[in-house]
Design a protein around this ligand. Structure first.
Ligand code: AMP
Ligand code: MG
Length: 347
């Protein structure tokens, strides 16, 4: 049996099909790229509505599965942009009804952890999740996936994109800046904003633009920004490892495609005697395969939703989502924990 998963939280619409061995049988993705500026939620949602039917067709053909082979239809319930989430959820509900297959809502951040966890073989890794809209350090602790640290302002990817566009480039800025940074040599000091387990990027943005105004070369700027921002992420990941006495780190999110970030985190983890794993790039970025895999785990531990119960949750919090497939090894949640969200009906 296989699970089909639909991802549509932000700019990427994606359909993945995985089997019970976490093999990705098909992955069809299409990213909304605005002609200029950033992402407008409604425009991105219109893009998803347009491309999702074809992505489903492609994924089903590529995997060579029939509806009767499909165990469940999973979709990203949140967090994300409301209109984009609704586009994916609507397609998932339609498939679930048409194929008479259970519908399984999945938390997008948990899905980044689960795909990296199964591919890495690490039992209990810490996730550094560095994407466009999200920058978080997530770990499983006392019965929940918890956000141990995060950005206090913008996501790292949005910050890189914004800076790159201000420097005359186009979206997405991260990959182009990575190429540019390879030609940089002079490291210019930039605000290094680590606050305990949290980070902030707006100070770097302002300072980098000021340096640009003073004629600092773009390759040197890109280099200085990468080194500073990725050192901040490496530091909070190291602090999480130290606090949890962990030994494994996995990466997720589009910015985790970056070689410099991968190298810096790997050096830190290996210096502590641990293991670092970065999924292949098509599974680092937003993708339907991670939703399908997490949907499979969730479905096998009894999570399903009726169409009426499958509303999207744009602000869904990672630590309010039940993850029953991990509970066997879990310590009881403390009384100080936030209330459980309404349990999903059990199959
Ligand atoms: P996501 O939101 O996870 O799909 O990731 C999209 C973000 O990742 C965008 O902000 C991109 O600029 C960024 N990104 C993609 N590839 C790279 C890279 N090689 N280096 C840095 N940022 C990247
Ligand atoms: Mg993501």
């Amino acid at each position: 049996m296989v699970v089909l998963g639909i991802e549509s939280t932000a700019h990427t619409a994606s359909v993945g099909i995985v089997d019970e061995g976490a093999r990705v049988l098909a992955l069809a993705s299409d990213m909304h790229r605005p002609a200029q500026g950033g992402i407008h939620p409604r425009e991105a949602a219109n893009h998803h509505v347009e491309v999702l039917p074809e992505l489903v067709r492609r994924a089903v053909a590529e995997a060579g599965v029939r509806p009767s082979d499909v165990e469940a239809v999973a979709f990203a319930q949140g967090p994300g942009l409301g209109p984009c989430l609704r586009a994916g959820a609507t397609v998932a509900r339609m498939l679930s009804l048409a194929w008479k297959r259970p519908l399984v809502p999945v938390n997008h951040c948990v899905a980044h952890v689960e795909i990296a966890r199964v591919l890495s073989g690490l039992e209990d890794p810490i996730l550094l999740y560095a994407s466009g809209g999200n920058t978080q350090v997530i770990a499983y602790a006392r019965g929940r996936y918890r956000v141990l640290g995060e950005t206090l302002d913008v996501g790292i990817g949005n910050f890189l994109d914004k800076l790159w566009i201000a420097l005359g480039g186009t979206f997405p800025g991260g990959p182009a800046m990575e190429q540019e940074a390879r030609h940089g040599a002079d490291l210019h000091p930039l605000p290094y904003s680590v606050h305990g387990m949290d980070v902030a990027f707006s100070g770097i943005l302002t300072a980098a633009l000021a340096l640009h105004g003073r004629g600092v070369r773009r390759p040197d700027l890109a280099y200085s920004v990468e080194v500073t921002a990725y050192a901040m992420l490496t530091e909070i990941t190291e602090r999480a490892l130290a606090h949890l006495r962990g030994s494994g780190v996995v990466l997720g999110g589009g910015v985790a495609c970056n070689e410099r970030l991968r190298g810096m985190v790997r050096s830190m983890v290996e210096a502590r005697g641990g293991t670092m794993f970065a999924p292949p790039r098509n599974l680092c970025v937003d993708n339907g395969a991670m939703i399908a895999w997490t949907g499979l785990l969730a479905h096998r531990s009894g999570c399903v939703a009726s169409v009426e119960d499958s509303a999207v949750e744009p602000r869904q919090r990672t630590d309010l989502v039940a993850t029953p497939w991990r509970e066997t090894s879990a310590m009881p949640a403390s009384s100080a924990d936030p209330p459980e969200r309404t349990p999903l009906p059990v199959a």
